[in-house]
Design a protein around this ligand. Structure first.
Ligand SMILES: [Zn+2]
Length: 331
């Protein structure tokens, strides 16, 4: 991965006026640049500007890993593309860090998602593909990627100014009961486990995208460590349309204490997207939704200081940066 980063750096520089670039180059680095330009992996490295794509070609299939970055909090798309018809129906099993990654059939390919927790230690990740007939009996192929560190933002503040409703320690009995009821409803929704419902890439939840709060930003008040931001905030006026980012089934759509009007969409294989603080809910539990379908409207309900959409995404119990998910616009 280090090589890719170096290529990336050089390609960014090439956007500068060429004369300026050459004037800054020493003789030695000039030769190095020429060597890089003549290098056969030129096309592969230029793809890094738009994410990372690794293709491992085996006898019977290509294994493809695609992501915005192989880093903490990012989602990796895995694709197994068979080279022969006989490989289409193969029994395959994929693991990453020893955890099984469910594979689903999309067209003739096998597709899965590897979640990299924001809390995972940076370093090598072992990806293993087991097959019943590809190799010798129950053979496996091993691949390794290098998980990079993500520098999540930490903001240090002196005081906190939140609605007293959410900070007060003596809540009414009714409120406590409501919070408990919300927690149970959420746990039930996230326990849903259905068939994979994804057959194409992701799309943005709003028409005009402007991020007001990034993923995993942490606000420390008066030297007390805050909780990292579990999703991504999109700017939007009250009433702005919210769209499903992917096909799925609505498993929750109701008012919650913290999340306000809250929708959870189950995409199958324990993959969920969720939408907070809406002013209006336009779907109900059990509804099948298509990506791009209007599911609600932006608002400021629940624990919110102004109209915005908080988009969350998780696989199992691992929360992921929705930006890395929305990056995958095609499978
Ligand atoms: Zn948020």
């Amino acid at each position: 991965m280090k090589w890719f980063s170096r290529f990336n750096f050089l390609f960014l520089n090439i956007n500068l006026p060429i004369t300026y670039l050459f004037s800054k180059l020493t003789h030695l680095s000039f030769l190095f640049l020429i060597a890089i330009l003549l290098h056969p992996s030129l096309s592969l490295s230029s793809k890094k500007l738009n994410g990372v794509l690794i293709t491992k070609s085996e006898k019977n299939y290509d294994l493809q890993l695609k992501a915005r970055n192989f880093a903490q909090g990012e989602l990796i798309l895995v694709k197994i593309i068979p080279k022969k018809k006989a490989v289409v129906d193969l029994e395959l099993k994929l693991t990453a860090d020893g955890e099984e990654i469910p594979l689903s059939t999309v067209g003739v390919n096998r597709v899965g998602f590897i979640p990299i927790s924001p809390e995972r230690t940076p370093g090598p990740m072992l990806i293993e593909l087991f097959s019943k007939i590809l190799f010798v009996k129950y053979g496996s192929k091993k691949y390794q990627i290098d998980v990079q560190k993500t520098d999540f933002i930490v903001i240090k503040k002196q005081s906190i100014s939140l609605n007293k409703k959410y900070t007060s320690s003596n809540l009414s009995k009714e409120t406590y009961q409501f919070i408990e009821d919300c927690t149970k409803a959420k746990a039930k929704a996230f326990s849903s486990n259905t068939e994979f419902q994804i057959s194409s890439g992701f799309i943005n939840p709003v028409k005009s995208v402007y991020i007001t709060s990034p993923f995993y930003v942490r606000r420390d008040y008066n030297k007390k460590k805050g909780r990292p931001h579990g999703g991504l905030d999109f700017r939007g006026a009250k009433g702005t349309d919210i769209f499903a980012i992917q096909d799925g089934t609505v498993v929750l759509a109701r008012e919650m204490y913290y999340e306000g009007n809250f929708t959870i969409i189950d995409h199958g294989n324990k993959i969920f997207s969720y939408y907070m603080h809406q002013s209006k809910l336009l779907v109900k539990p059990g509804d099948k939704v298509k990506k791009g379908q209007k599911i609600g409207k932006i608002g400021s309900t629940g624990m919110s200081t102004g109209p915005h959409l908080h988009l969350g995404f998780k696989i199992g119990s691992t929360i992921l940066n929705p930006e890395s998910v929305l990056f995958l616009t095609e499978l």
